[in-house]
Ligand binder design. Structure first.
Ligand code: GDP
Ligand code: IMO
Ligand code: MG
Length: 430
């Protein structure tokens, strides 16, 4: 397999984890390049389910190397909890096969606190963040007062940096939010143990990637969140705090953009969103409930119900363009079984103008009216389909229509959460 970048094309939870786990078989190294434990990637193998927040979704394959790149934000406590959870289930998580860049910024206790306080106090519509401290951590990175994983190897530097960061944090905590200040000692005590454990995993991620290139081993870049949650290109301000698009894979992993290879966009066969923000094809009726229940659409990180709606081709056109998606992986097609009629959003109307792409102005996506075209549904359960010919005619038509509208081939179709519930059109004749 060539190198592959896996990214979400919608608002996250497209099934990236399942697909990364699946493709890991053909890869040598798997690297996360952005986001943090706001992500929740679900892997189902046989009877077992794993939800990963931080550790790359390649970890279940014993002989593969998993890397956490500099663009990720790491909560040391969550990292350790995830290590223990996996190790208790017999997964090898030794530093020999799991490497964290010393340049990753760390989510500190005050980041989690500020994330929650800010959401509580926010006037107007809340963002609906995951409350994991992601935004405040990325803010400190850009403000150049962030704490990095490698700082644990230099205790004096670590103390100095925390002390410096706390000057502003304490002013905010005390005067703006009216809560107790934090002392340097208290913060150091909270992070000491997980920080020490994390130190054992530090290594030069960039060098691992360069070596893989030299040795001809393929690299799988695992995106988190989705294109429309991207800090620049998403539905600002209802976005996450990192660039989720494929272009960030090189900066966030620490390698040349020449190494990125094939860009695979994961597309859920309908649309979901957790948290606030515009969602033109949202269904607040019984069909929305049907998708939510049949698709088991609960956030893998926060347990919140996901909002559900029809597939939005305008949104996807933008994702294909922004990421340069070369292959689509269509997931959760099985969830659409049992609907007589399926609607496809082919574009929008905004103030009498017809649009094929989302409007660029802030908030305008909340003002569009979706234009729908109905297509035939199918009643058959397709979760046992393993090749193209196993799919009912209407399901095949749905896939072909998506390919045609987006000018991009659908190379893999997923019909269930299990690793095996997959139709791989890269190998099987169409
Ligand atoms: P991610 O964040 O993109 O990795 O996606 P999540 O794991 O948060 O959410 C996807 C959910 O759908 C998980 O519960 C998966 O187990 C499940 N899933 C993935 N692919 C399929 C599929 O093709 N069909 C069904 N029914 N469930 C799927
Ligand atoms: P995966 O990788 C779905 C959403 C949150 C909120 C917004 C900002 O599993 O697809 P943040 O905590 O990042 O500051 O929250 O982004 N969000 C996700 N939604 N899937 C995710 O990750 C998400 N990560 C963040 O719900 O609306
Ligand atoms: Mg998820």
């Amino acid at each position: 397999m060539s190198n592959v970048v896996v990214i979400g094309t919608q608002w996250g939870d497209e099934g990236k984890g399942k697909i990364v786990d699946l493709l890991t078989e053909e890869a040598g190294l798997i690297v996360r390049f952005q986001g943090g434990n706001n992500a929740g990637h679900t892997l189902v193998v046989g009877e077992e389910t794993f939800i990963l927040h931080l550790i790359p979704s390649g970890i279940l394959h014993a002989e593969k190397i998993c890397l956490i790149g500099n663009g990720v934000v790491v909560d040391p406590e969550v990292f350790c909890r995830e290590l223990d959870g996996l190790s208790n289930r017999g997964i090898d998580v030794r530093p020999e096969r799991l490497v964290v860049s010393p340049k990753t910024h760390l989510i500190m206790p005050y980041h989690r606190l500020l994330d929650k306080l800010r959401e509580e106090k926010r006037t107007g519509e809340k963002i609906g963040t995951t409350g994991r401290g992601i935004g405040p951590c990325y803010e400190d990175k850009v403000s150049r007062i962030g704490i990095r994983a490698g700082d644990f190897l230099q205790p004096d530097l670590l103390r100095r940096k925390i002390s410096m960061a706390l000057v502003e944090k304490n002013a905010l905590l005390k005067h703006h939010y009216g809560v107790e200040e934090l002392s340097v000692d208290a913060v150091l005590q909270m992070v000491a143990e997980p920080g020490q454990r994390l130190s054992a995993y530090l290594g030069d991620v960039s060098e691992h990637l360069a070596l893989a290139d030299k040795q001809g081993k393929s690299v799988l870049f695992e995106g988190a969140q989705g294109t429309h949650l991207d800090i620049d290109h998403g539905t600002y301000p209802f976005v996450t705090s990192s660039n989720t698009v494929a272009g960030n894979a090189s900066a966030g992993a620490g390698c040349s953009p020449r190494l990125l290879g094939t860009i695979m966009g994961i597309v859920k066969a309908y649309t979901t969103r957790v948290g606030s923000g515009p969602f033109p094809t949202e269904l607040t009726d019984s069909t929305g409930d049907y998708l939510q229940q049949k698709g088991g659409e609960f956030g893998a990180t926060t347990g919140r119900k996901r909002r559900c709606g029809w597939l939005d081709l305008a949104l996807l056109r933008e994702s294909i363009r922004l990421n340069g998606v070369q292959e689509i992986v269509l997931t959760k097609l099985d969830v659409l079984s049992g609907l007589d009629r399926i609607a496809l959003c082919t574009g929008y109307v905004l103030a009498d103008r017809t649009l094929r792409h989302p409007p660029q102005g802030e908030g305008q996506l909340g003002q569009v009216r979706p234009v729908y075209e109905n297509v035939n549904g199918w009643s058959e359960d397709i979760s046992g389909a393993r090749c193209w010919d196993d799919l009912p005619h209407a399901a095949r038509e749905y896939v072909l229509r998506i390919e045609k509208e987006l000018h991009t081939p659908v190379s893999i179709i997923s019909v269930g959460s299990n690793r095996t519930q997959t139709i791989d059109r890269r190998r099987i004749a169409k």
